[in-house]
Design a protein around this ligand. Structure first.
Ligand SMILES: Nc1ncnc2c1ncn2[C@@H]1O[C@H](COP(=O)(O)OP(=O)(O)OP(=O)(O)O)[C@@H](O)[C@H]1O
Length: 240
């Protein structure tokens, strides 16, 4: 296997007085979807935010293409090709869909071909292109948040629970868009509680507990092994 696009080595992150990440080791292989799984509150979101630079690691390495980015500002990480879709979506309610999309581009206007592709993946965004984003439904806001991260060709996407609260039809639109993103060669680190989506998209999985990665392996291995699921996450994926 080629070098992973991203490697975390012994990453520790504190939030206020709390020791949240306690030595995270994680590899994201190139061109694959890596699922980051685990119970609530174990540090999945904090891991994504530490990779993006919204929290700064207290110690440890974050190697992106072999370069340690752990001390870089968020903007430099974004320019280096990392896109982040936060759980709270982070869209600007008073700006139009178009203006939100333009903000996703760090190097000039939205490429027309890219726009066509995004609107074919998420047609509702075309319908509301000139409307204020605050008027979109929850599912449409989620689509805008993902589409904005895809507004430029990024090499690594960090995506936090993109299907949370979405109706099943929109979940499949979302899963299809992520599959296409992967087909274009992107690498994806995905936090996802919807296990049918995790099973369908994930190549490999890393399971966290108590601020550490406690298991890594093929997603298929985890999907097939109920005992392992119970032991690592306290639940069976079939029930979800
Ligand atoms: N801003 C903050 N201030 C204090 N504690 C925080 C803050 N953000 C997160 N935490 C704590 O850090 C721990 C890890 O949170 P994190 O959001 O990374 O977990 P998670 O695995 O993504 O959880 P979930 O699946 O519920 O989204 C939790 O105990 C949480 O309460």
């Amino acid at each position: 296997m080629s070098d992973p696009i991203l490697s975390l080595n012994a990453v520790y992150t504190d939030i206020a007085q709390y020791h949240i990440l306690q030595g995270v080791d994680l590899n994201v292989p190139r061109g694959q979807v890596t699922m980051l799984l685990g119970r609530n509150g174990v540090g999945k979101t904090t891991t994504l935010k530490t990779i993006m630079g919204q929290w700064t690691a207290k110690s440890g390495e974050i190697l992106y293409d072999g370069q340690d980015i752990a001390r870089m500002p968020v903007s430099a990480r974004a320019r280096a090709g990392i896109g982040f879709v936060p759980e709270d979506m982070g869209i600007f309610r008073d700006l139009t869909v178009e203006e939100n999309m333009v903000l996703g581009c760090s190097s000039g206007p939205l490429d027309p071909k890219r726009k066509d592709w995004l609107l074919s993946a998420f047609p509702a965004l075309g319908t509301f292109w000139h409307s204020e984003a605050g008027n979109l439904s929850g599912g449409q806001k989620q689509m805008l948040s993902i589409a904005r991260a895809m507004a430029e060709d990024r090499r690594l996407y960090l995506i936090d629970e993109p299907t949370k609260g979405l109706a099943p039809a929109i979940v499949s639109t979302m899963a299809e868009a992520l599959r296409e993103l992967k087909a274009q060669g992107a690498s994806i680190l995905l936090v996802e509680q919807n296990f049918s989506v995790a099973r369908a998209l994930g190549d490999s999985a890393a399971v966290m507990d108590d601020g550490k990665v406690i298991w890594t392996g093929a997603m298929a291995e985890l999907s097939e092994n109920k005992d392992l699921q119970e032991r690592l996450m306290g639940l069976s994926m079939e029930a979800h």
